[in-house]
Design a protein around this ligand. Sequence first.
Ligand SMILES: NC(=O)c1ccc[n+]([C@@H]2O[C@H](COP(=O)([O-])OP(=O)(O)OC[C@H]3O[C@@H](n4cnc5c(N)ncnc54)[C@H](OP(=O)(O)O)[C@@H]3O)[C@@H](O)[C@H]2O)c1
Length: 212
Amino acid sequence: MRIGILGSGLMGGKLGALFARAGHEIVFSYARSEQKLKKLARDAKGRTRAGTPREAAEEADAVLLAVHWSRMDDVLKQAGDLSGTVVVSCSLPMNDDDTALVVAHTSSGAEALAKRMAKAHFVSAFNTVPSEVLFDVYARKRRARRPSLVYCGDDRTGKKVAAQLIRDVGFEPVDAGPLRIARYTEPFALLVAQLAYEGKGGPQLGYRFERF
Ligand SMILES: NC(=O)c1ccc[n+]([C@@H]2O[C@H](COP(=O)([O-])OP(=O)(O)OC[C@H]3O[C@@H](n4cnc5c(N)ncnc54)[C@H](OP(=O)(O)O)[C@@H]3O)[C@@H](O)[C@H]2O)c1
């Protein structure tokens, strides 16, 4: 697939590099310096380049939306119309100092975003693990016991693509259901972040759901 990265920071930069390793064509966009985007494209192995958000979105089979909540208006404006595009969002609706969700309980960041792009194939994924674990998960992807990764959405096309990308990175996709379940997955992401950044043992933390 051709995947446009909208927000090439900790999540977008790493996921873009891993998607490229898995064989996808990647356009890195939206950082404060074009040099950074070019370096990300150079360092990632595979068919990668730097571009503007509009270039990343144009003709993309999927885009990864990976910006801070405060940058959402700007990046979406720059990307242009996403109708018909699969939009995989790992973004969380955090306040400016990243201490609280600004949308929760009766809605979610994912639902608020999906409303803004009603004709996109929107899906929420990759937001429940810290960026620090992504390369380690990829490195162990041949192992039988993969870590879980929840995703949710109302759009079948978007969910199919998200499940494939989740597998490509080395996780076992766990379909959590419709997009309103993001009301649970988004606070859960904060729990994982708490354990990753404040718990013992470092931020390379994943999780695994098992049935007994
Ligand atoms: N980090 C995690 O572990 C994690 C985990 C789960 C979910 N999330 C969510 O995923 C989303 C992305 O998080 P992140 O940690 O990847 O964020 P990040 O590292 O801050 O990356 C955001 C990207 O936006 C760019 N940006 C910021 N302001 C800009 C501006 N004025 N003009 C152009 N580009 C600008 C940044 O540029 P620069 O590269 O120049 O800084 C960066 O490339 C957030 O919604 C976050 O809540 C993050």
